[in-house]
Design a protein around this ligand. Sequence first.
Ligand code: SD4
Length: 325
Amino acid sequence: MNTRRGFLKKTALFSSLAGVMGVNSKAFSATGFSNKSNKPIVISTWRHGIPSNKAAWEVLHSGGKAIDAVEAGVKVPEADPKVKSVGFGGYPDRDGRVTLDACIMDENQQCGSVGCLEHIKHPISVARLVMDQTPHVMLVGKGALEFALEKGFKKENLLTPDTLKEWQKMQEEFNRNSSIINIENHDTIGMLALDGNGNLSGSCTTSGLANKLHGRVGDSPIIGAGLFVDNEIGAACATGVGEEVIKQAGSAMVVELMRNGAEPEEACKEIVRRILKTNNGNKNFQVGFLALRKDGKYGAFSLVPGFNYAVYDRDGNRLIDSPFI
Ligand code: SD4
């Protein structure tokens, strides 16, 4: 019975059952989800989340901190040339340059970020140093590169022969005046972790939209858009067309909705709905959100089918298809 009366009836039934079973009803949320935390846990976007989660889990399982787990986790696809939308081997911009965006955020709401960074394989570790060793949050372009080199990172060519070949083929398809994102072509990794001490952290790293204008920065390095962590409430990250995510302050809003009582999936769905609305119901692109609540409950939602995410908790590491509109 899907009425208020039905809800009240179910609530009453639950309360009396809890009483009979000697269960403390305060141990359950309004949705019946146990407040006992599902921790540690790490979740991340797309199929390459599986090996990334594995690296993060090693940190979490040995008692490490969420912030170290989310850095170690996303370094896996950053170094993998087969992952064409993150780090080394990522698709270049319209001018053939690989420019990377990344950010990281910890349980104290400390954060660091780099935008349009070239020649550095692990932008997430540069973002971590911006957080740990500077009074700033964000460094971009030449300044970010200079900072990385100063900190001992190696300057590398990130464009692999394989990616170059694909990019050259893409040029025939793309209109040179716009950066179109193909629905299958966005594999940003966003990762959220809750450690054994109950602390949350997140990371996000990408080469962004293939064929973007040089200098374009997406949502992924923007705190509140591509990633947001509030250790009292939960964390969220985004994937897909970054411009749409930025316009909604997507990840911060997902966390805010959870603060106001929305379930993780429901919170993600609401922001996807807002994006759909501002696009007048047009669905020829993809956006997806992933959320992890303080108690370890997680959820996701995307605009169109195809988005999946990896979850590693005490039940193992698995890939889950996201619901969509
Ligand atoms: C961006 N959000 O730069 C990224 C694109 C992406 O999975 O690959 N998302 O807009």
